[in-house]
Design a protein around this ligand. Structure first.
Ligand code: HEM
Length: 462
């Protein structure tokens, strides 16, 4: 069994906290000594991976740095140059690879991303709005007292509340938050469907090094990591992307297409887009109707494969979840996919508008998408470039992901269906853009030992 030192790992890298409120503080670091002092003070606030035996805390704090942030913190040149090249370059420079062009291009991002001013991401979660505000004030006080950092932008986020209760819905009406990879040492038994497939069809946790630096990955090697080893160990990389959702366009498009999709239903078509019914039921397990008993059961709601559905009769080959985690779709018992997994830590922002009520595309509304992995290049960038923005692996040619792809009114989505009239083959054309990127960057989320070294200025690549 893989032992990991959970007290040295940031809790955010180990688990989704499922708090209803969050604020992502984007900071600029100031004078070197003061910036080190700032990090030194924040360290004592960091939520680690240690289990919450006496219940959830009122709030949590986590921290991560862009490459310009690490430069500002005075890390030695040899260390800075030892980081993976995609992290050194940052998200903007990787735009062509990620498909961040046109409506997703950096020229259209929130002003905070102009230049390279964002050095730090401080992720604060709260069980209540008051707890969140209180913790954020504490962070502001540390900034003021140390004079080491300045708040550039505060991105509020929260769960979608329905009837006063927090839910795991996102703005298009789908239930989110099921699929997340299990890895060794992460302190929970492997949930069926969450890790990797074994030869006898069971599921087991992935290698720790797919998500944390300093441990062997699925190839049995240590992931590429900066030097010294102590700086990298127990750290991870995060892709942060603020994704605006054009809810009015999505609802209008679904309504229009559903009129032509007879005798299939609108909800069936919505399910075909994603691969799950809007309540979360996986199409592979229940192709004809939602089944709340599956959704409720963690041992069933992600326990499915695509191997018995090679032609996309139940779940279309280009459905969002089939593209983003194709499981065994490409044969070899899913082995090609095990090195392309990402941990998602998304949270919605903006007010949720119930179905049937007037809604527009202009209002601030979307998902703060955060993906964690050991290699941005091999995992997040590959998924985004090859599976989201391109369809070849899914045998969809140039068709990209209906939900998040860059379509410009020209996209196409194919429901393969069957000869059964209740499951008709169907082509959705002239796809508009349902999602637009509003900014983001790549961050390094160090372990606690590394944070202490960074604060003390003792990072030594020799
Ligand atoms: C606004 C943008 C997005 C929306 C609304 C969205 C929505 C969803 C929903 C509703 C699910 C199903 C819930 C689940 O299986 O946990 C899901 C799953 C997933 N999404 Fe997205 N998503 C978005 C962006 C992305 C992006 C950009 C990526 C990758 C680069 C991505 C990767 C995934 C993955 C890996 C899964 C889990 C699939 C599985 O394990 O079966 N998503 N998404």
């Amino acid at each position: 069994m893989t032992e990991i030192d959970v007290s040295d790992i940031q809790g955010f890298a180990l688990r989704g906290y499922n708090f209803p409120f969050a604020r992502y503080l984007l900071l600029e670091l100031l004078d070197l000594k003061a910036a080190q002092r700032f990090v030194g003070h924040v360290v004592s606030h960091i939520t680690t991976g240690v289990k919450w035996d006496s219940g959830k805390p009122a709030s949590t704090v986590n921290i991560a740095f862009t490459h310009p942030g690490l430069i500002q913190l005075g890390l030695p040149e040899e260390t800075l140059l030892s980081f993976p090249v995609e992290f050194q370059q940052g998200m903007k420079a990787r735009g062509e690879i990620l498909g961040d062009t046109g409506k997703d291009a950096p020229e259209r991002w929130d002003a905070v991303w102009d230049g390279d001013r964002v050095h730090v991401w401080l992720g604060v979660n709260g069980r209540s709005q008051e707890a969140l505000d209180h913790r954020c004030s504490e962070m502001q006080r540390i900034m003021d007292e140390t004079k080491g950092a300045r708040l550039l932008y505060a991105q509020d986020a929260s769960a979608v509340f329905i009837d006063g209760q927090p839910t795991t819905k996102e703005h298009f009406g789908y239930t989110d938050g099921f699929g997340n990879p299990d890895f060794k040492g992460a302190q929970r038994d492997c949930v069926p469907g969450q890790g990797k497939l074994t030869k006898d069809g069971r599921w087991e946790a992935l290698a720790t090094g797919e998500f944390l630096l300093g441990y062997a990955d699925e190839s049995g090697e240590l992931p590429v990591a900066p030097i010294p080893h102590l700086l990298a160990r127990n750290g991870t990389f995060m892709a942060y992307r603020k994704m605006h959702q054009n809810v009015a366009t999505f609802r209008r498009y679904l309504d229009e297409q559903a009129k032509r999709y007879a005798p299939g239903t609108k909800e069936q078509l919505a399910a075909k887009f994603l691969g799950r019914w809007r309540d979360g039921t996986p199409l592979e397990l229940s192709p004809d109707r939602p089944d709340p008993s599956i959704v409720k059961d963690p041992n069933r709601n992600t326990d499915f494969t695509y191997g018995a559905d090679p032609a996309g009769a139940r779940c279309p080959l280009g459905a969002h979840i089939r593209r983003a985690n194709p499981r065994d779709s490409f044969g070899f018992n899913g082995e090609l996919v095990n090195r392309r997994r990402i941990m998602r830590r998304g949270m919605t922002y903006g007010a949720y508008v119930p179905e049937g009520e007037p809604v527009n595309d202009k209002d601030e509304r979307g998902i703060v998408f955060m993906a964690l992995n050991a290699s941005l290049f091999r995992q997040f960038e590959f998924v985004q470039q090859q599976w989201i923005q391109y369809g070849n692996d899914a045998r969809q040619g140039n068709d990209n992901d209906l939900l998040t792809g860059n379509h410009g009114g020209k996209g196409r989505f194919v429901v393969q269906g069957t000869t059964d009239p209740r499951n008709p083959p169907f082509i959705c054309g002239a796809l508009p853009d349902f999602v637009e990127l509003r900014g983001g960057d790549y961050f390094f989320m160090p372990g606690l030992t590394a944070l202490h070294m960074m604060a003390a200025g003792t990072v030594d690549p020799r």
